[in-house]
Design a protein around this ligand. Structure first.
Ligand code: SF4
Ligand code: SF4
Length: 136
């Protein structure tokens, strides 16, 4: 099993703080890699990150929803230039530090979205992401 962070992530960093093996990293540059990402090769499947996420962005691989039904008001983030993601958002980390997310959209109640593209994006980040290489 592996765990995946989806586009519901708003970079508050709480998951990274509790991960016992430090396998969660923030994507950089944020305009291209707006989420935090979980290294599937070092994740030990402990599940500690899931309850730490205030936005419910983390799922087990098999549970990433292909038809997520919005309660309304959830914010999705995406790489800059993604169609429909036109709103920047200023928020904070779990420690209160400022976070600027360049490209977001807000879901309406009952809107259905596919969150599974995050699975491949997570793979791509660790296999070829320029942001990941910059962290090494
Ligand atoms: S499941 Fe555990 S090891 Fe894997 S990313 Fe979450 S906190 Fe880290
Ligand atoms: S706790 Fe949730 S919102 Fe915060 S960085 Fe992790 S996945 Fe993103």
């Amino acid at each position: 099993m592996a765990f995946v962070i989806t586009s519901l992530c708003l970079r508050d960093g709480g998951c990274m703080a509790v991960c016992p093996v430090s396998c969660i990293v923030p994507g950089k540059p944020e305009t291209e890699w707006p989420l935090y990402y979980i290294d599937p090769n070092t994740c030990i499947d402990c599940g500690a990150c899931i309850p730490e996420c205030p936005y419910g962005a983390i799922f087990t691989l098999q549970d990433v929803p292909s038809a997520y039904v919005a309660r309304g008001g959830e914010v999705l983030s995406a790489p800059v230039g993604t169609p429909g993601y036109n709103q920047p958002l200023d928020t904070t980390t779990y420690e209160g530090d400022p976070v600027h997310i360049p490209a977001t959209c807000v879901l309406a109640e009952g809107e259905v979205v596919d969150l599974t593209p995050a699975i491949q994006a997570n793979r791509d980040f660790f296999e070829k992401g320029p942001g990941y290489e910059a962290l090494l």
